[in-house]
Design a protein around this ligand. Structure first.
Ligand code: MTE
Ligand code: MO
Length: 158
């Protein structure tokens, strides 16, 4: 007798691929993201289609997670960092580019989170969500993140 009809299927856990110009690419689950210091943000943002929304997010700083992956710049030379881009993609293909300088404590120091929970609900299955507390619009709060690509190769003029 087959058991496949009655056995519960394990809950799938989302993974995000951290790739690009980093010394230590990795695959991270929401539970992996608990290893970094956790921050909380209450945010309000306006959606063009659904109006103003309020949420409470928790998770590590994007800057902490990416710094530990070893981005390919000399940390002592601030100007090197200004070429780096961060491409964040959700499972549905929604994506946005951030500059490294935007989240760098020496430059824009935006407290961007990789949220592991929204309104106290864990995001293990859908995957982490990008949180930009300073954004007025909700569009960059990318949910279900499955890829983050760090690119230090951008040059406006070669
Ligand atoms: N993966 C993904 N994240 C996304 C979007 C999307 O289409 N895909 N839409 C964005 C937009 S436009 C808004 S306003 C916020 C809130 O969207 P919600 O109302 O669907 O929660 O999610 C953002 N995150
Ligand atoms: Mo939106």
């Amino acid at each position: 007798m087959s058991q496949s009809l009655t056995q519960p299927v394990a809950d799938p856990v989302a993974e995000l691929a951290l790739t690009g110009d980093v010394a230590r690419p990795s695959r991270l689950t929401v539970s992996d993201l608990l290893a970094w210091p956790q921050h909380q943000e209450r945010v309000s943002f306006e959606c063009a289609t659904s109006g103003v929304q309020h949420h409470h997010f928790a998770g590590p700083l994007l800057h902490d997670v990416l710094s530990d992956a070893g981005p390919a710049f000399d940390p002592a030379r601030r100007k090197d960092r200004l070429r780096f881009l961060i491409a964040v993609t959700g499972t549905d293909g929604h994506h946005a580019l951030l500059s490294w300088a935007e989240i760098d404590p020496d430059f824009g120091r935006a407290p961007v989170l990789l949220a592991v929970s929204i309104d106290d609900t864990a995001l293990d299955r859908p995957g982490p969500q990008l949180v930009l507390p300073q954004d007025r619009c909700g569009a960059r709060h990318i949910s279900g993140i499955n890829a983050i690509h760090v690119d230090g190769g951008y040059a406006a003029w070669r």
